[in-house]
Ligand binder design. Structure first.
Ligand SMILES: Nc1ncnc2c1ncn2[C@@H]1O[C@H](COP(=O)(O)OP(=O)(O)O)[C@@H](O)[C@H]1O
Ligand code: SF4
Ligand SMILES: [Mg+2]
Length: 342
């Protein structure tokens, strides 16, 4: 098997707040194979954004630090790389698309100038004409009509969807090996969301990039991702091939998340949603952080006393539950129970 393009091991990130230190990412390990799409899901606050900002070297260093772990990109640990090296890497090998394009677009510079800068930054021997032609090509590729004219416009003259298209064009300007999209459609009108995801897929195809896609929309993960990571309270609690994980989850939290989707494998049954709210970063429960909300635990002592490690549960799958071998039957019983109630 070829080496993964990205290998994250034991990544741990702390955030200092006036109320104490939040361990926002805890012992995160995963890999990304070349060309594949990895989905990351989990409720708000589960550490998805902090994890990818850590990977990208984009943590706000005033109050957030990686305290442990490595991020190997093409076999090299980049957690200790200089700011300059990281910036270079992000412009070329790692393309990023955030929820809010205005965090990455400069409001006082035309879209064309920003795109041309992105293209020229890494291809030194390009003439201005060539860079402009490439910028037009990129904008057309992501479905911005009248690309030549629109190069002269400022970000505020672009609609939300068009801004996000421009962001994707910038992210792929230098044919990155990895694209990271953090909730790329969350801020957009529902009618536009599917179009932007399609553009992202086109962009990935054109560049052969591997994609990390963070979204709370499990339907999107089912459609686009090859593998999925499920996060809870700063940790990875389950991972594996999307089809397997969605069909037969091995962690009660994943079962709960999937209940927000019409069931993929039965007749549109919905399970009850997860009760309660996720823990804030300052007060993580002992043992399994999910135990106060877990409907499968039955208040077993092991759940509140001991942290379940992420362990192999077969077929390239991992789960962090002491009783993961019970999940399949428990879920079946719940679905059957729901049917009887109906
Ligand atoms: N700027 C910040 N200041 C304080 N806490 C933060 C900040 N950003 C994130 N956190 C905390 O870090 C944890 C993970 O947040 P985040 O990675 O943004 O979650 P997600 O992207 O999954 O919604 C949360 O507990 C959140 O409260
Ligand atoms: S370890 Fe216990 S509390 Fe945690 S998910 Fe498994 S059964 Fe639930
Ligand atoms: Mg986030």
């Amino acid at each position: 098997m070829p080496d993964p393009i990205l290998k994250v091991s034991g990544l741990t990130t702390d955030i200092s707040t006036p109320y104490g230190v939040i361990r926002a990412a805890r012992d995160i390990s995963f890999h990304l194979d070349r060309g594949e799409t990895l989905g990351i899901v989990g409720e708000s606050g589960s550490g998805k954004t902090i994890s990818v900002l850590s990977v990208l070297g984009l943590l706000p260093s005033r109050y957030a630090q990686i305290t442990r772990g490595t991020v190997e990109f093409n076999g090299q640990d980049i957690t200790k790389a200089s700011k300059r090296k990281l910036r270079k890497l992000r412009g070329k090998e790692l393309g990023v698309v955030f929820q809010d394009p205005m965090t990455s677009l400069n409001p006082v510079v035309t879209i064309g100038t920003q795109l041309i800068e992105a293209v020229e930054a890494h291809v030194g021997d390009m003439t201005t004409e060539e860079a402009k032609a490439r910028a037009v090509e990129l904008l057309s590729m992501v479905g911005v009509p009248d690309a030549v004219q629109r190069l002269d416009q400022f970000p505020h003259e672009f609609s939300g969807g068009m801004k996000q298209r421009a962001m994707i064009a910038m992210a792929i300007a230098n044919r990155p090996e990895v694209l990271i999209a953090d909730e790329p459609t969350t801020a957009l009108d529902v009618t536009i969301q599917a179009q932007i995801l399609e553009v992202l897929q086109v962009a990935q195809r054109e560049t052969d990039a591997a994609l990390i896609l963070i979204t709370h929309d499990l339907g999107v993960i089912a459609e686009m991702a090859d593998r999925v990571l499920v996060m809870y309270s700063g940790r990875v609690v389950e991972s594996g091939p999307v089809g397997d994980v969605f069909h037969d989850p091995k962690h009660p939290y994943t079962v709960g998340l999937l209940s927000s989707l019409p069931s993929l494998d039965s007749d549109g049954q919905r399970l009850v949603p997860i009760p309660g709210t996720p823990p804030g970063g300052l007060s993580v429960p002992t043992g399994c952080a999910f135990h106060p909300r877990c409907e499968m635990s039955n208040e077993r002592q092991l759940c509140s006393s001991t942290l379940p490690e992420l362990t192999n549960v077969g077929n390239a799958r991992l789960a962090a539950c002491h009783f993961s071998d019970e999940v399949t039957d428990w879920r079946k019983a719940m679905i059957a129970g729901d049917r009887n109630d109906a």
